[in-house]
Ligand binder design. Sequence first.
Ligand code: FAD
Ligand code: NAD
Length: 484
Amino acid sequence: MPDFDVVVIGAGAAGLSVAAISAGLGLKVALIERGRMGGDCLNYGCVPSKALLAAAHAAAAARDAARFGIRLPPPEIDWAGVRAHVKGAIARIAPNDSAARFRGMGVEVIEASAHFVAPDAIEAGGRTLTFRRVVIAAGSSAIIPDLPGLDGVPWLTNETLFDLEEPPGHLLILGGGPIGLEMAQAHARLGCLVTVIEAGPRIASREDPELAEGLRASLVRDGVEFREGVKLVRVEQLEPDSLAAQAGVVAVLEDGSRIAGTHLLLAVGRAPRLAGLDLTAGGIESTPRGIVTGADLRSVSNKRVWAVGDIADPRGIGPRAFTHVASQHAGILVRSMLFRLPFTKVSYAALPRVTYGDPELAQIGLTEAEAREAGHTDLALLRWPVAENDRAVAEGRTEGLVKLVVGKGGRLLGAGLLAPHAGEMAGMFGLMIGRKLPLSALAGMVLPYPTLSEAAKRAASEFYTPKLLSPFTKRLVGLLKRLP
Ligand SMILES: Cc1cc2nc3c(=O)[nH]c(=O)nc-3n(C[C@H](O)[C@H](O)[C@H](O)COP(=O)(O)OP(=O)(O)OC[C@H]3O[C@@H](n4cnc5c(N)ncnc54)[C@H](O)[C@@H]3O)c2cc1C
Ligand SMILES: NC(=O)c1ccc[n+]([C@@H]2O[C@H](COP(=O)([O-])OP(=O)(O)OC[C@H]3O[C@@H](n4cnc5c(N)ncnc54)[C@H](O)[C@@H]3O)[C@@H](O)[C@H]2O)c1
Protein backbone atom coordinates (compact mmCIF):
# COMPACT_ATOMS: atom_id res chain seq x y z
CA MET A 1 0.00 0.00 0.00
CA PRO A 2 1.39 3.45 -0.85
CA ASP A 3 1.85 5.81 2.12
CA PHE A 4 -0.48 8.45 0.69
CA ASP A 5 -3.35 8.69 -1.77
CA VAL A 6 -2.18 12.14 -2.83
CA VAL A 7 1.12 13.92 -2.22
CA VAL A 8 1.20 17.62 -3.13
CA ILE A 9 4.53 19.39 -3.69
CA GLY A 10 4.20 23.10 -2.99
CA ALA A 11 1.79 24.97 -0.72
CA GLY A 12 1.02 27.95 -2.97
CA ALA A 13 -2.35 28.85 -4.44
CA ALA A 14 -2.46 25.69 -6.57
CA GLY A 15 -1.15 23.13 -4.05
CA LEU A 16 -3.26 24.41 -1.16
CA SER A 17 -6.48 24.12 -3.16
CA VAL A 18 -5.67 20.57 -4.30
CA ALA A 19 -4.68 19.48 -0.77
CA ALA A 20 -7.83 20.97 0.80
CA ILE A 21 -10.20 19.38 -1.71
CA SER A 22 -8.45 15.98 -1.62
CA ALA A 23 -8.47 15.88 2.19
CA GLY A 24 -12.09 17.08 2.22
CA LEU A 25 -13.00 14.09 0.04
CA GLY A 26 -11.50 11.75 2.63
CA LEU A 27 -8.18 10.96 0.94
CA LYS A 28 -4.88 10.56 2.82
CA VAL A 29 -2.91 13.63 1.80
CA ALA A 30 0.63 14.94 2.38
CA LEU A 31 1.51 18.55 1.55
CA ILE A 32 5.19 19.40 1.25
CA GLU A 33 6.44 23.00 1.40
CA ARG A 34 10.05 24.12 1.70
CA GLY A 35 9.35 27.85 2.08
CA ARG A 36 6.46 29.89 3.36
CA MET A 37 2.94 28.45 3.35
CA GLY A 38 0.86 30.38 0.82
CA GLY A 39 3.66 30.52 -1.75
CA ASP A 40 4.28 33.50 -4.00
CA CYS A 41 0.79 34.97 -4.15
CA LEU A 42 0.49 35.52 -0.42
CA ASN A 43 4.11 36.26 0.47
CA TYR A 44 5.88 37.75 -2.54
CA GLY A 45 3.26 38.37 -5.23
CA CYS A 46 -0.39 39.36 -5.48
CA VAL A 47 -1.00 40.30 -1.85
CA PRO A 48 2.05 42.50 -1.10
CA SER A 49 1.92 44.08 -4.58
CA LYS A 50 -1.75 45.00 -4.29
CA ALA A 51 -1.25 46.21 -0.71
CA LEU A 52 1.64 48.43 -1.84
CA LEU A 53 -0.48 49.73 -4.72
CA ALA A 54 -3.30 50.56 -2.29
CA ALA A 55 -0.91 52.70 -0.24
CA ALA A 56 0.37 54.34 -3.43
CA HIS A 57 -3.17 55.09 -4.64
CA ALA A 58 -3.97 56.67 -1.26
CA ALA A 59 -0.99 59.02 -1.71
CA ALA A 60 -2.10 59.80 -5.28
CA ALA A 61 -5.66 60.51 -4.13
CA ALA A 62 -4.34 62.97 -1.53
CA ARG A 63 -2.26 64.75 -4.20
CA ASP A 64 -5.24 64.81 -6.53
CA ALA A 65 -7.79 66.07 -3.99
CA ALA A 66 -7.49 69.73 -5.05
CA ARG A 67 -9.30 68.78 -8.27
CA PHE A 68 -12.40 68.18 -6.20
CA GLY A 69 -12.04 71.40 -4.26
CA ILE A 70 -10.36 69.72 -1.31
CA ARG A 71 -7.05 71.31 -0.35
CA LEU A 72 -4.59 69.05 1.44
CA PRO A 73 -0.88 69.43 2.16
CA PRO A 74 1.38 67.20 0.02
CA PRO A 75 1.27 63.71 1.54
CA GLU A 76 4.23 62.54 3.58
CA ILE A 77 5.22 58.95 2.92
CA ASP A 78 5.92 57.06 6.13
CA TRP A 79 7.71 54.04 4.63
CA ALA A 80 7.57 52.12 7.92
CA GLY A 81 3.81 52.68 7.94
CA VAL A 82 3.49 51.54 4.33
CA ARG A 83 5.48 48.40 5.13
CA ALA A 84 3.31 47.75 8.17
CA HIS A 85 0.23 47.90 5.92
CA VAL A 86 1.80 45.43 3.45
CA LYS A 87 2.94 43.03 6.18
CA GLY A 88 -0.42 43.43 7.93
CA ALA A 89 -2.29 42.37 4.78
CA ILE A 90 -0.13 39.25 4.50
CA ALA A 91 -0.52 38.47 8.21
CA ARG A 92 -4.30 38.87 7.99
CA ILE A 93 -4.59 36.30 5.17
CA ALA A 94 -1.81 33.93 6.35
CA PRO A 95 -3.96 31.88 8.78
CA ASN A 96 -6.07 30.67 5.81
CA ASP A 97 -2.95 29.12 4.28
CA SER A 98 -1.23 28.02 7.49
CA ALA A 99 0.19 24.60 8.30
CA ALA A 100 -2.03 24.54 11.42
CA ARG A 101 -5.20 25.00 9.34
CA PHE A 102 -4.22 22.26 6.92
CA ARG A 103 -3.24 19.88 9.73
CA GLY A 104 -6.67 20.59 11.17
CA MET A 105 -8.13 19.33 7.87
CA GLY A 106 -6.23 16.06 8.30
CA VAL A 107 -3.43 16.91 5.84
CA GLU A 108 0.08 15.84 6.85
CA VAL A 109 2.13 19.00 6.29
CA ILE A 110 5.84 18.36 5.80
CA GLU A 111 8.05 21.45 5.95
CA ALA A 112 10.91 20.36 3.72
CA SER A 113 12.12 20.23 0.12
CA ALA A 114 10.78 17.36 -1.99
CA HIS A 115 12.43 15.49 -4.84
CA PHE A 116 11.67 12.34 -6.79
CA VAL A 117 13.60 9.16 -6.10
CA ALA A 118 11.43 6.88 -8.28
CA PRO A 119 8.33 7.18 -10.48
CA ASP A 120 6.20 6.37 -7.41
CA ALA A 121 8.26 7.80 -4.57
CA ILE A 122 9.64 11.10 -3.35
CA GLU A 123 11.97 12.06 -0.56
CA ALA A 124 11.30 14.97 1.79
CA GLY A 125 12.73 15.82 5.18
CA GLY A 126 14.72 12.59 5.33
CA ARG A 127 11.61 10.45 4.65
CA THR A 128 10.73 8.46 1.58
CA LEU A 129 7.06 8.74 0.74
CA THR A 130 5.18 6.53 -1.70
CA PHE A 131 1.93 7.66 -3.29
CA ARG A 132 -0.88 6.76 -5.65
CA ARG A 133 -0.87 10.25 -7.15
CA VAL A 134 1.50 13.17 -6.86
CA VAL A 135 0.59 16.73 -7.73
CA ILE A 136 3.47 19.03 -8.60
CA ALA A 137 2.55 22.59 -7.63
CA ALA A 138 6.06 24.01 -7.17
CA GLY A 139 5.32 27.30 -8.96
CA SER A 140 7.72 29.62 -10.72
CA SER A 141 10.33 32.17 -9.76
CA ALA A 142 11.74 35.32 -11.32
CA ILE A 143 14.01 34.77 -14.33
CA ILE A 144 17.50 36.05 -13.55
CA PRO A 145 18.80 37.22 -16.92
CA ASP A 146 22.31 36.43 -18.04
CA LEU A 147 23.46 40.03 -17.89
CA PRO A 148 27.10 41.14 -17.80
CA GLY A 149 27.92 42.74 -14.45
CA LEU A 150 24.89 41.34 -12.61
CA ASP A 151 27.12 39.29 -10.30
CA GLY A 152 28.79 42.44 -9.04
CA VAL A 153 25.71 44.50 -8.15
CA PRO A 154 22.82 44.08 -5.75
CA TRP A 155 19.46 43.37 -7.40
CA LEU A 156 15.93 42.69 -6.32
CA THR A 157 13.18 40.34 -7.39
CA ASN A 158 9.60 40.04 -6.15
CA GLU A 159 11.01 37.90 -3.30
CA THR A 160 13.12 40.74 -1.86
CA LEU A 161 11.41 43.94 -3.07
CA PHE A 162 8.82 44.01 -0.30
CA ASP A 163 11.47 43.73 2.43
CA LEU A 164 13.23 47.05 1.73
CA GLU A 165 13.62 48.97 4.97
CA GLU A 166 14.03 52.30 3.14
CA PRO A 167 12.22 53.43 -0.01
CA PRO A 168 14.36 53.19 -3.14
CA GLY A 169 15.66 56.59 -4.20
CA HIS A 170 15.59 55.64 -7.86
CA LEU A 171 14.21 52.23 -8.78
CA LEU A 172 15.38 50.83 -12.11
CA ILE A 173 12.97 48.17 -13.32
CA LEU A 174 14.01 45.70 -15.96
CA GLY A 175 10.90 44.51 -17.82
CA GLY A 176 7.64 46.27 -18.69
CA GLY A 177 5.25 43.36 -18.03
CA PRO A 178 2.63 43.32 -15.25
CA ILE A 179 5.17 43.06 -12.40
CA GLY A 180 7.30 45.90 -13.76
CA LEU A 181 4.32 48.17 -14.44
CA GLU A 182 2.49 47.58 -11.17
CA MET A 183 5.64 48.14 -9.17
CA ALA A 184 6.57 51.18 -11.27
CA GLN A 185 3.30 52.93 -10.45
CA ALA A 186 3.37 51.87 -6.80
CA HIS A 187 6.87 53.24 -6.22
CA ALA A 188 6.39 56.39 -8.30
CA ARG A 189 3.25 57.29 -6.31
CA LEU A 190 5.17 56.59 -3.09
CA GLY A 191 7.70 59.25 -4.04
CA CYS A 192 10.48 57.20 -5.68
CA LEU A 193 12.05 57.98 -9.04
CA VAL A 194 11.31 55.07 -11.37
CA THR A 195 12.74 54.09 -14.75
CA VAL A 196 11.38 51.08 -16.64
CA ILE A 197 13.69 49.51 -19.24
CA GLU A 198 11.81 47.31 -21.72
CA ALA A 199 13.77 45.44 -24.38
CA GLY A 200 10.72 44.87 -26.58
CA PRO A 201 9.24 47.61 -28.74
CA ARG A 202 6.62 48.53 -26.12
CA ILE A 203 5.56 47.87 -22.56
CA ALA A 204 2.57 45.59 -21.85
CA SER A 205 3.27 43.88 -25.16
CA ARG A 206 0.59 41.20 -24.67
CA GLU A 207 -2.11 43.84 -24.20
CA ASP A 208 -4.14 45.63 -26.87
CA PRO A 209 -2.03 48.66 -27.88
CA GLU A 210 -5.03 51.02 -27.62
CA LEU A 211 -5.42 50.08 -23.95
CA ALA A 212 -1.71 49.74 -23.13
CA GLU A 213 -1.15 53.28 -24.44
CA GLY A 214 -3.66 54.63 -21.90
CA LEU A 215 -1.97 52.77 -19.05
CA ARG A 216 1.41 54.05 -20.20
CA ALA A 217 0.13 57.65 -20.25
CA SER A 218 -1.13 57.29 -16.71
CA LEU A 219 2.24 56.00 -15.51
CA VAL A 220 4.01 58.84 -17.30
CA ARG A 221 1.75 61.28 -15.44
CA ASP A 222 2.92 59.64 -12.22
CA GLY A 223 6.50 60.44 -13.23
CA VAL A 224 7.61 56.99 -14.47
CA GLU A 225 10.31 57.19 -17.15
CA PHE A 226 10.24 54.60 -19.92
CA ARG A 227 13.05 53.34 -22.11
CA GLU A 228 11.45 50.98 -24.65
CA GLY A 229 12.91 49.07 -27.57
CA VAL A 230 16.41 49.24 -26.17
CA LYS A 231 18.46 46.48 -24.58
CA LEU A 232 20.36 46.69 -21.35
CA VAL A 233 23.89 45.52 -22.20
CA ARG A 234 25.46 45.54 -18.76
CA VAL A 235 25.13 46.82 -15.23
CA GLU A 236 27.83 48.42 -13.13
CA GLN A 237 28.19 49.17 -9.46
CA LEU A 238 27.58 52.81 -8.57
CA GLU A 239 29.77 53.79 -5.63
CA PRO A 240 28.33 56.26 -3.11
CA ASP A 241 29.76 59.75 -3.51
CA SER A 242 28.99 63.21 -2.26
CA LEU A 243 26.14 63.56 -4.75
CA ALA A 244 24.53 60.14 -4.38
CA ALA A 245 24.03 59.27 -0.74
CA GLN A 246 23.03 55.70 -1.59
CA ALA A 247 25.26 53.34 -3.51
CA GLY A 248 23.54 51.84 -6.46
CA VAL A 249 23.56 50.48 -9.96
CA VAL A 250 24.26 51.98 -13.38
CA ALA A 251 22.34 50.47 -16.28
CA VAL A 252 24.26 50.73 -19.55
CA LEU A 253 21.96 50.55 -22.58
CA GLU A 254 22.87 49.44 -26.09
CA ASP A 255 22.56 53.02 -27.38
CA GLY A 256 25.35 53.98 -24.97
CA SER A 257 23.13 55.81 -22.49
CA ARG A 258 23.73 55.23 -18.78
CA ILE A 259 21.01 55.39 -16.15
CA ALA A 260 22.06 55.50 -12.51
CA GLY A 261 19.67 54.17 -9.92
CA THR A 262 19.73 53.12 -6.30
CA HIS A 263 18.01 49.74 -6.84
CA LEU A 264 17.47 47.32 -9.70
CA LEU A 265 14.32 45.18 -9.89
CA LEU A 266 14.37 42.19 -12.23
CA ALA A 267 10.91 41.62 -13.74
CA VAL A 268 11.61 39.93 -17.05
CA GLY A 269 9.32 36.93 -16.66
CA ARG A 270 9.03 33.70 -14.71
CA ALA A 271 10.72 30.30 -14.90
CA PRO A 272 9.22 27.06 -13.50
CA ARG A 273 10.87 25.73 -10.33
CA LEU A 274 12.01 22.46 -11.89
CA ALA A 275 15.54 22.39 -10.45
CA GLY A 276 15.87 20.14 -7.45
CA LEU A 277 12.76 18.06 -8.19
CA ASP A 278 14.85 15.29 -9.85
CA LEU A 279 12.20 14.85 -12.52
CA THR A 280 14.35 12.29 -14.34
CA ALA A 281 14.15 9.95 -11.35
CA GLY A 282 10.38 10.37 -11.48
CA GLY A 283 10.22 9.72 -15.22
CA ILE A 284 8.58 13.10 -15.72
CA GLU A 285 8.89 14.98 -18.99
CA SER A 286 9.48 18.73 -18.80
CA THR A 287 10.42 21.69 -20.99
CA PRO A 288 11.97 25.00 -19.93
CA ARG A 289 8.35 26.21 -19.62
CA GLY A 290 7.25 23.55 -17.14
CA ILE A 291 5.98 20.01 -16.69
CA VAL A 292 4.46 18.67 -19.88
CA THR A 293 0.86 17.59 -19.33
CA GLY A 294 -2.20 16.86 -21.40
CA ALA A 295 -5.18 19.21 -21.33
CA ASP A 296 -6.30 17.25 -18.25
CA LEU A 297 -3.09 18.39 -16.44
CA ARG A 298 -1.80 14.80 -16.19
CA SER A 299 1.88 14.23 -16.98
CA VAL A 300 2.38 12.82 -20.46
CA SER A 301 5.14 10.49 -19.25
CA ASN A 302 4.16 9.32 -15.74
CA LYS A 303 0.48 8.58 -15.16
CA ARG A 304 0.80 8.99 -11.39
CA VAL A 305 1.79 12.62 -11.83
CA TRP A 306 -0.30 15.78 -12.30
CA ALA A 307 0.95 19.38 -12.50
CA VAL A 308 -0.96 22.54 -11.55
CA GLY A 309 -0.40 26.28 -11.29
CA ASP A 310 2.54 28.17 -12.78
CA ILE A 311 4.60 25.00 -13.27
CA ALA A 312 2.07 23.22 -15.52
CA ASP A 313 2.76 23.33 -19.26
CA PRO A 314 -0.32 21.79 -20.92
CA ARG A 315 0.68 20.64 -24.39
CA GLY A 316 -0.31 23.06 -27.15
CA ILE A 317 -1.67 25.52 -24.59
CA GLY A 318 1.28 26.54 -22.42
CA PRO A 319 1.57 27.87 -18.89
CA ARG A 320 -0.31 30.84 -17.44
CA ALA A 321 0.97 32.43 -14.24
CA PHE A 322 -2.09 33.66 -12.37
CA THR A 323 -3.58 32.75 -9.03
CA HIS A 324 -7.03 32.31 -10.59
CA VAL A 325 -5.49 29.83 -13.05
CA ALA A 326 -4.10 27.91 -10.06
CA SER A 327 -7.66 27.70 -8.69
CA GLN A 328 -9.02 26.72 -12.11
CA HIS A 329 -6.41 23.94 -12.29
CA ALA A 330 -7.43 22.65 -8.86
CA GLY A 331 -11.02 22.40 -10.10
CA ILE A 332 -9.86 20.48 -13.18
CA LEU A 333 -7.91 18.06 -10.97
CA VAL A 334 -11.00 17.30 -8.91
CA ARG A 335 -12.70 16.14 -12.10
CA SER A 336 -9.76 14.51 -13.89
CA MET A 337 -7.70 13.05 -11.03
CA LEU A 338 -10.21 12.44 -8.25
CA PHE A 339 -13.48 11.72 -10.11
CA ARG A 340 -11.75 10.32 -13.20
CA LEU A 341 -14.17 12.14 -15.47
CA PRO A 342 -13.05 11.81 -19.07
CA PHE A 343 -12.85 14.80 -21.42
CA THR A 344 -11.85 17.19 -18.64
CA LYS A 345 -9.82 19.88 -20.33
CA VAL A 346 -8.22 23.14 -19.39
CA SER A 347 -9.42 26.05 -21.52
CA TYR A 348 -8.35 29.65 -21.37
CA ALA A 349 -11.00 30.95 -23.80
CA ALA A 350 -12.59 33.08 -21.10
CA LEU A 351 -9.48 33.68 -18.99
CA PRO A 352 -9.26 37.11 -17.38
CA ARG A 353 -6.07 38.99 -16.58
CA VAL A 354 -5.72 42.35 -14.91
CA THR A 355 -2.80 44.71 -14.54
CA TYR A 356 -3.63 46.55 -11.36
CA GLY A 357 -2.55 50.02 -12.36
CA ASP A 358 -4.69 53.08 -11.97
CA PRO A 359 -6.63 52.81 -14.23
CA GLU A 360 -6.71 49.00 -14.31
CA LEU A 361 -6.18 47.18 -17.57
CA ALA A 362 -8.30 44.04 -17.82
CA GLN A 363 -8.41 41.58 -20.69
CA ILE A 364 -10.85 38.70 -20.83
CA GLY A 365 -10.52 36.18 -23.64
CA LEU A 366 -8.80 37.25 -26.85
CA THR A 367 -7.35 40.62 -27.79
CA GLU A 368 -7.92 41.79 -31.37
CA ALA A 369 -4.40 40.61 -32.33
CA GLU A 370 -4.90 37.22 -30.65
CA ALA A 371 -8.24 36.75 -32.39
CA ARG A 372 -6.67 37.45 -35.80
CA GLU A 373 -3.75 35.14 -34.99
CA ALA A 374 -6.23 32.39 -34.05
CA GLY A 375 -7.72 32.69 -37.56
CA HIS A 376 -10.89 34.63 -36.76
CA THR A 377 -11.89 36.77 -39.70
CA ASP A 378 -14.79 39.20 -40.03
CA LEU A 379 -14.16 40.72 -36.65
CA ALA A 380 -16.38 43.49 -35.39
CA LEU A 381 -14.59 45.84 -33.00
CA LEU A 382 -16.85 47.72 -30.63
CA ARG A 383 -15.51 50.61 -28.59
CA TRP A 384 -16.95 52.82 -25.91
CA PRO A 385 -14.81 55.54 -24.31
CA VAL A 386 -14.93 55.79 -20.52
CA ALA A 387 -15.20 59.58 -21.00
CA GLU A 388 -18.79 58.98 -22.23
CA ASN A 389 -19.75 57.27 -18.97
CA ASP A 390 -21.66 59.42 -16.47
CA ARG A 391 -20.17 57.80 -13.37
CA ALA A 392 -16.66 58.36 -14.69
CA VAL A 393 -17.49 62.01 -15.38
CA ALA A 394 -19.02 62.46 -11.91
CA GLU A 395 -15.89 61.01 -10.33
CA GLY A 396 -13.54 62.98 -12.56
CA ARG A 397 -11.88 59.79 -13.84
CA THR A 398 -12.56 59.76 -17.55
CA GLU A 399 -9.50 58.09 -19.05
CA GLY A 400 -10.00 54.65 -20.56
CA LEU A 401 -11.81 52.56 -23.12
CA VAL A 402 -13.95 49.45 -23.44
CA LYS A 403 -13.06 47.45 -26.55
CA LEU A 404 -14.98 44.32 -27.50
CA VAL A 405 -13.78 41.82 -30.08
CA VAL A 406 -16.73 40.10 -31.72
CA GLY A 407 -16.51 37.18 -34.13
CA LYS A 408 -18.90 35.62 -36.61
CA GLY A 409 -22.55 35.52 -35.56
CA GLY A 410 -22.03 38.17 -32.92
CA ARG A 411 -20.01 35.87 -30.67
CA LEU A 412 -17.96 37.72 -28.08
CA LEU A 413 -14.33 36.55 -28.32
CA GLY A 414 -12.68 39.06 -26.06
CA ALA A 415 -13.10 42.17 -23.99
CA GLY A 416 -10.40 44.71 -23.17
CA LEU A 417 -11.08 47.29 -20.50
CA LEU A 418 -9.05 50.25 -19.36
CA ALA A 419 -10.97 51.89 -16.56
CA PRO A 420 -10.88 52.50 -12.83
CA HIS A 421 -11.51 49.12 -11.14
CA ALA A 422 -11.81 47.44 -14.56
CA GLY A 423 -11.03 44.07 -12.92
CA GLU A 424 -14.42 44.22 -11.20
CA MET A 425 -16.11 44.04 -14.63
CA ALA A 426 -14.07 41.00 -15.71
CA GLY A 427 -16.48 38.49 -14.15
CA MET A 428 -19.36 39.68 -16.33
CA PHE A 429 -17.32 39.17 -19.49
CA GLY A 430 -15.88 35.85 -18.27
CA LEU A 431 -19.43 34.57 -17.87
CA MET A 432 -20.48 35.87 -21.30
CA ILE A 433 -17.53 34.30 -23.12
CA GLY A 434 -17.36 31.13 -21.01
CA ARG A 435 -21.07 30.40 -21.38
CA LYS A 436 -21.15 31.61 -25.01
CA LEU A 437 -23.92 34.09 -24.24
CA PRO A 438 -25.01 36.29 -27.14
CA LEU A 439 -24.01 39.95 -27.10
CA SER A 440 -27.69 40.80 -26.78
CA ALA A 441 -27.54 39.41 -23.22
CA LEU A 442 -25.15 42.21 -22.29
CA ALA A 443 -26.78 44.86 -24.46
CA GLY A 444 -30.20 44.09 -22.95
CA MET A 445 -29.04 43.93 -19.34
CA VAL A 446 -30.49 46.43 -16.89
CA LEU A 447 -27.56 47.88 -14.99
CA PRO A 448 -27.71 50.28 -12.08
CA TYR A 449 -27.15 53.91 -13.06
CA PRO A 450 -24.57 55.37 -12.80
CA THR A 451 -21.99 52.58 -12.92
CA LEU A 452 -18.86 52.05 -15.01
CA SER A 453 -20.29 48.72 -16.24
CA GLU A 454 -22.70 50.76 -18.35
CA ALA A 455 -19.72 51.53 -20.62
CA ALA A 456 -19.49 47.78 -21.32
CA LYS A 457 -23.20 47.61 -22.09
CA ARG A 458 -22.94 50.63 -24.40
CA ALA A 459 -20.05 49.01 -26.27
CA ALA A 460 -22.16 45.85 -26.76
CA SER A 461 -25.14 47.94 -27.91
CA GLU A 462 -22.96 49.41 -30.67
CA PHE A 463 -23.24 46.00 -32.37
CA TYR A 464 -26.98 46.47 -32.83
CA THR A 465 -27.16 50.22 -33.44
CA PRO A 466 -26.49 50.07 -37.23
CA LYS A 467 -29.15 47.34 -37.60
CA LEU A 468 -31.60 49.27 -35.43
CA LEU A 469 -31.20 52.47 -37.41
CA SER A 470 -31.09 50.80 -40.85
CA PRO A 471 -33.42 51.98 -43.67
CA PHE A 472 -35.26 48.65 -43.38
CA THR A 473 -36.04 49.17 -39.68
CA LYS A 474 -37.05 52.75 -40.35
CA ARG A 475 -39.43 51.60 -43.08
CA LEU A 476 -40.85 48.95 -40.76
CA VAL A 477 -41.48 51.48 -38.00
CA GLY A 478 -43.05 53.78 -40.58
CA LEU A 479 -45.49 51.04 -41.53
CA LEU A 480 -46.20 50.07 -37.95
CA LYS A 481 -47.08 53.61 -36.95
CA ARG A 482 -50.20 53.32 -39.11
CA LEU A 483 -51.56 50.56 -36.94
CA PRO A 484 -54.25 51.72 -34.53
C1 FAD B 1 4.83 40.38 -7.93
C2 FAD B 1 3.75 39.43 -8.39
C3 FAD B 1 2.44 39.86 -8.42
C4 FAD B 1 1.44 38.99 -8.84
N1 FAD B 1 0.16 39.45 -8.86
C5 FAD B 1 -0.83 38.63 -9.27
C6 FAD B 1 -2.17 39.07 -9.28
O1 FAD B 1 -2.48 40.20 -8.91
N2 FAD B 1 -3.14 38.21 -9.69
C7 FAD B 1 -2.84 36.94 -10.11
O2 FAD B 1 -3.75 36.19 -10.48
N3 FAD B 1 -1.56 36.48 -10.10
C8 FAD B 1 -0.55 37.29 -9.70
N4 FAD B 1 0.73 36.83 -9.66
C9 FAD B 1 0.99 35.44 -10.06
C10 FAD B 1 0.68 34.48 -8.90
O3 FAD B 1 1.39 34.90 -7.76
C11 FAD B 1 1.09 33.06 -9.29
O4 FAD B 1 0.47 32.71 -10.50
C12 FAD B 1 0.68 32.06 -8.22
O5 FAD B 1 1.28 32.38 -6.99
C13 FAD B 1 1.10 30.65 -8.65
O6 FAD B 1 0.75 29.73 -7.67
P1 FAD B 1 1.45 28.30 -7.60
O7 FAD B 1 0.76 27.58 -6.50
O8 FAD B 1 1.50 27.70 -8.94
O9 FAD B 1 2.98 28.60 -7.21
P2 FAD B 1 3.66 29.29 -5.93
O10 FAD B 1 2.77 30.29 -5.30
O11 FAD B 1 4.98 29.76 -6.39
O12 FAD B 1 3.82 28.09 -4.90
C14 FAD B 1 4.73 27.06 -5.11
C15 FAD B 1 5.30 26.64 -3.78
O13 FAD B 1 6.08 25.45 -3.98
C16 FAD B 1 7.18 25.48 -3.12
N5 FAD B 1 8.19 24.56 -3.66
C17 FAD B 1 8.87 24.70 -4.83
N6 FAD B 1 9.67 23.62 -5.02
C18 FAD B 1 9.50 22.81 -3.95
C19 FAD B 1 10.06 21.58 -3.57
N7 FAD B 1 10.94 20.93 -4.33
N8 FAD B 1 9.68 21.03 -2.39
C20 FAD B 1 8.77 21.66 -1.59
N9 FAD B 1 8.21 22.84 -1.92
C21 FAD B 1 8.56 23.41 -3.08
C22 FAD B 1 7.60 26.93 -3.11
O14 FAD B 1 8.34 27.23 -1.97
C23 FAD B 1 6.25 27.66 -3.18
O15 FAD B 1 5.80 28.03 -1.90
C24 FAD B 1 1.75 37.68 -9.23
C25 FAD B 1 3.08 37.23 -9.18
C26 FAD B 1 4.06 38.09 -8.76
C27 FAD B 1 5.48 37.58 -8.69
N1 NAD C 1 -1.86 41.42 -12.00
C1 NAD C 1 -1.50 40.19 -12.29
O1 NAD C 1 -2.31 39.29 -12.53
C2 NAD C 1 -0.04 39.85 -12.28
C3 NAD C 1 0.87 40.73 -11.73
C4 NAD C 1 2.21 40.38 -11.77
C5 NAD C 1 2.58 39.18 -12.34
N2 NAD C 1 1.67 38.36 -12.87
C6 NAD C 1 2.08 37.10 -13.53
O2 NAD C 1 3.47 36.95 -13.47
C7 NAD C 1 4.00 36.84 -14.78
C8 NAD C 1 5.37 37.41 -14.85
O3 NAD C 1 5.35 38.82 -14.87
P1 NAD C 1 6.58 39.64 -15.44
O4 NAD C 1 6.13 41.05 -15.53
O5 NAD C 1 7.83 39.32 -14.70
O6 NAD C 1 6.85 38.97 -16.85
P2 NAD C 1 6.28 39.13 -18.32
O7 NAD C 1 6.86 38.00 -19.07
O8 NAD C 1 4.83 39.30 -18.33
O9 NAD C 1 6.93 40.50 -18.82
C9 NAD C 1 8.33 40.66 -18.87
C10 NAD C 1 8.71 41.82 -19.75
O10 NAD C 1 10.12 41.93 -19.70
C11 NAD C 1 10.62 42.14 -21.00
N3 NAD C 1 12.00 41.65 -21.03
C12 NAD C 1 12.42 40.37 -21.11
N4 NAD C 1 13.76 40.32 -21.05
C13 NAD C 1 14.20 41.60 -20.92
C14 NAD C 1 15.49 42.20 -20.78
N5 NAD C 1 16.60 41.48 -20.75
N6 NAD C 1 15.56 43.53 -20.66
C15 NAD C 1 14.42 44.29 -20.65
N7 NAD C 1 13.20 43.78 -20.80
C16 NAD C 1 13.08 42.45 -20.90
C17 NAD C 1 9.66 41.38 -21.91
O11 NAD C 1 9.70 41.91 -23.20
C18 NAD C 1 8.32 41.62 -21.21
O12 NAD C 1 7.69 42.79 -21.66
C19 NAD C 1 2.96 37.54 -15.65
O13 NAD C 1 3.02 37.14 -16.97
C20 NAD C 1 1.68 37.15 -14.98
O14 NAD C 1 1.28 35.89 -15.45
C21 NAD C 1 0.37 38.68 -12.85
